[in-house]
Design a protein around this ligand. Structure first.
Ligand code: XMP
Ligand code: MG
Length: 179
């Protein structure tokens, strides 16, 4: 598995430190207001679990699994929901927890979905962002690290469902995904 790694981008120690800093920013922003933390599966599972344990307000955990229809999703607002959350978010503070923002399509659409469901606030925290790949303008409210345009795996991120269990974040060798 590690033979497929081109280089490590962020080590376990760097991730630990940054996750704690992000939690502090989120604590400062929400104060004592309760939030609904939406884990966007599967990629954000490790990040979200690590992050929410540093949050100081009341947090409920919800899980969601989605895929977009590309640019069409942004205009139509349609999203393929493979698993939806179990709770009504009307009037609540929602924090969407994502692994990586690439084109920006998924998060633009997901944010609109929660707004249309009547959430009081919808904020987005992402572990990673690839700004060079945006097709629609989208900035998360809280971002862990910006990464170059390479395929990134580990700490929950996958390629063909592999490498999620690597404890660090790494760029995959191009030969792995370009063959
Ligand atoms: P958008 O809609 O922003 O979608 O293009 C983001 C989704 O694309 C996946 N993605 C990646 N997954 N390594 C991954 O493991 C990557 O480098 C990568 N780039 C994009 C990811 O599922 C994210 O939710
Ligand atoms: Mg994802």
């Amino acid at each position: 598995m590690t033979n497929d790694i081109d280089r490590i981008l962020y080590t376990e120690e760097q991730i630990y430190k940054r996750v704690k800093e992000l939690a502090q920013e989120i604590n400062d922003f929400f104060g004592n207001s309760p939030i609904v933390a939406v884990f966007v599966l599967k990629g954000s599972a490790f990040f979200a679990s690590d992050l929410i344990r540093w949050l100081e307000m009341d947090v409920t955990m919800e899980f969601m699994s989605v895929s977009s229809y590309g640019l069409e999703s942004v205009s139509s607002g349609k999203l393929s929901i493979k698993k939806d959350i179990d709770t009504d978010v009307a009037g609540k503070n929602v924090l969407i927890i994502e692994d990586i923002i690439d084109t920006g399509i998924t998060l633009t659409t997901l944010k609109k979905l929660f707004q249309s469901r009547g959430a009081k606030t919808v904020k987005v925290v992402t572990m990673l962002s690839k700004p060079s790949r945006r097709l629609v303008e989208f900035e998360a409210d809280f971002t862990g690290f910006e990464v170059p345009d390479a395929f990134v795996v580990g700490y929950g991120l996958d390629y063909a469902d592999r490498y999620r269990n690597l404890p660090y974040i790494a760029a995959l060798k191009r030969s792995v995904y370009e063959k």
